[in-house]
Design a protein. Structure first.
Length: 205
């Protein structure tokens, strides 16, 4: 399976996926990395591994439709069959979601459906978790649909929130969980073990 990874930042989840592929854990290949940020570390990681890396920002196009067409052309050119969002901070155009229905994954730094939705990303999530006095947090891998963070949940892992946690310390430990479960979820998807029925996803052993 040919995987496109979309990322806006440093690319630590991209690196975790790459490591799993190199170890033979994920039976697939990353054939494309796309970022809306021209200075994203994810693009540098891709270039260091000879993976096609493209800066594709909606700001460079006259409309969402034109941007969606540009993304679709990139996916076609590189034979993409699965899209993995890895810290990608922009909403995927609905026409792309429709075309790749149930073939777009995202990792979120909280236990969805809690602490998801528009504006809930990065350190904001961990600030909200701590402010609410939560005892547990974690990470979620889910299918992407037209609503922010509302697609079927594929995999989750919980961790304790420590009494002395700061948003930064919690973020660091949740990121480690993301690096663990995202490759596992992608592996299950590539192997055809993720079954989606309506708004529910199950992973078969």
């Amino acid at each position: 399976m040919n995987i496109a990874v979309l990322a806006s930042g440093g690319g630590s989840n991209l690196r975790a996926i790459l490591n799993a592929i190199q170890k033979g854990t994920i039976p697939g290949n990353i054939t494309l990395v796309v970022s809306n940020n021209s200075t994203a570390g994810a693009l540098e990681i891709a270039r260091a591994h000879n993976i096609p890396a493209h800066h594709c920002s909606q700001l460079r196009y006259p409309s969402e439709e034109a941007f969606a067409d540009a993304l679709a052309r990139l996916f076609d050119q590189h034979g993409v069959t699965l899209i993995a969002l890895a810290g990608y901070m922009k909403k995927i155009p609905s026409v792309v979601i429709q075309r790749y229905r149930n073939r777009i994954l995202n990792v979120h730094p909280a236990l969805l459906p809690a602490y998801g939705g528009k504006g809930m990303y990065g350190i904001r999530v961990h600030q909200a978790v701590i402010a609410s006095g939560e005892k547990v947090s974690g990470a979620t891998v889910h299918i992407v649909d037209e609503e922010y963070d509302r697609g079927p949940i594929v995999m989750q892992k919980r961790i304790d929130v420590h009494p002395d946690d700061t948003p930064e310390s919690l973020a660091k430990r949740v990121l480690a969980v993301e690096h663990e479960i995202y490759p596992m979820a992608i592996k299950a998807f590539v192997e055809g073990r993720v079954k989606i029925e309506g708004r529910k996803a199950t992973v078969q052993s």
